[in-house]
Every structure is written in C-alpha cells, then in structure tokens.
Ligand binder design. Structure first.
Ligand code: E4P
Length: 219
C-alpha cells in the first residue's frame, strides 16, 4: 500500500519524507489556502521534496477553464497529478488529460457509481472520502470495499486512493481491502508507529542494558 500525506505544510512533508514512508502528497484548495503561500510556488516546492505524485486541484468548474488551469499546473513538474472534482466537466477534463498521458486524481467521490465513472474516464486515482461519510453516519469503509470489488471485476487501472482518513483504523481496514493508496494527515502517519507495548518494552530493554554497563560503540 502506498502512503500519501494530505497536507500543504512543507515542513511536515520534509520531515515525513525523510522517514522513507511517503510515496506522494495530496493537497486541496482548503489546505493550500491555509498555507498562506502562492499555490503555484507551493506545489513547485512540494515537488522538490517528494518524487511521487503530488496532487494539485483545479478550482474552476467548467471544462475549458479547468483545462487551462491544468495546463498551468502540469507544467510545474512531471510528478504533478491534476486533481479534478467528480462533476461532469471534471470527468470530461479527466478523460482529455488522461488521453494526453497526464495523471489525474478524481476527488470528492462518495459512491461506487461515481468511482466507476472516474475509472471509465481514465483516472489514475479515485479519491473516496471515508471520514466525511462517517461524519454523516454512513460507513465510509463500506464504500472502499464496494469500489475495490467493482474495479477488480473489470481490471481497471485506476488506483483507489482512500482519502479523508481520520484515524489508523481507516488505514488498516483499507489495507485489508487491498486499496492501493491511503492519503492521511501527518498526525495519522505518526500514529501508525505507536504502540504502548513497544514503548514499555523498549524502556525495559534499555534499563536492563544500562545496568550491564556495556556500550556497543565501546565508549
Ligand atoms: C484528499 O485528497 C482530501 O484532501 C482530504 O483527504 C480531505 O480530508 P478531510 O475530509 O479531512 O478534509
């Protein structure tokens, strides 16, 4: 499973990229606006830190303007994935860009039928938002299960990019379902390392080792 981080905080991206766990980055207009940086500069900077796909979202809602925005964004770096919303013009844009060899991430997916449309439009990634479904008392992970099943039936190449992740259980369940990618906030990636028995066990080992008076480095 690939791990993307869902943030526009470049310091966080640099820090987590150094762990070797980050395969890509997703941003959205809300995250980009909150960064306070120029959007094009922000995406260019992220692309210097991460080699994998960096999703940059168009903000127009009509086909012509989306295509113009995509033309600007795709020039930033070869690893930019153009993110388009799951609306008719967004999928039209997805088809045109995909036919031209551009990676497209179709975002704001809330149903398996929408995911089917995105795959038919040639999307490289479909982003179903699990947390936002959970928020309205609909099981977000059930959507991932449905999409994985449908995609497997037809051998689509579109990767299931589980988005709007709120906690580590979303990641574990997505991995068990065989989703290709999970995009998560930095905090959630850090949570994956944690287990109280790891901390307790290490504390015990180190306390016992200290009593031995030895040092592996010999000083
Ligand atoms: C994904 O691409 C989106 O940016 C993101 O996962 C949305 O998450 P949220 O529902 O926590 O805002």
């Amino acid at each position: 499973m690939k791990f993307f981080i869902d943030t526009a905080d470049v310091e966080e991206i640099k820090d987590l990229a150094s762990t070797g766990m980050v395969d890509g980055v997703t941003t959205n207009p809300s995250l980009a606006a909150a960064s306070g940086k120029s959007f094009l500069d922000l995406i260019a900077e992220i692309c210097t830190v991460v080699e994998g796909p960096v999703s940059a979202e168009v903000t127009a809602t009509d086909f012509e303007t989306m295509m113009k925005e995509a033309a600007v964004l795709r020039k930033i770096a070869p690893n930019v994935a153009i993110k388009v919303p799951l609306i008719p013009d967004g999928l039209k844009c997805c088809k045109a860009l995909s036919d031209d060899g551009v990676m497209v991430n179709v975002t704001l997916c809330f149903s398996a039928n929408q995911a089917l449309l995105a795959a038919k439009a040639g999307a490289a990634f479909i982003s179903p938002f699990v947390g936002r479904l959970d928020d309205i008392a609909v099981d977000g992970m059930n959507l991932i299960d449905e999409i994985c099943e449908v995609y497997a039936n037809y051998d689509f190449s579109t990767e299931v990019l589980v988005a709007s992740i709120r906690h580590p259980m979303h990641i574990l369940e997505a991995a068990r379902m065989g989703a290709h990618v999970a995009t998560m906030p930095p905090k959630t990636l850090r949570q994956l390392y944690k287990h109280p028995l790891t901390d307790k066990g290490l504390e015990g080992f180190l306390a016992d080792w200290a009593k031995s008076g030895q040092s592996i480095l010999g000083n």
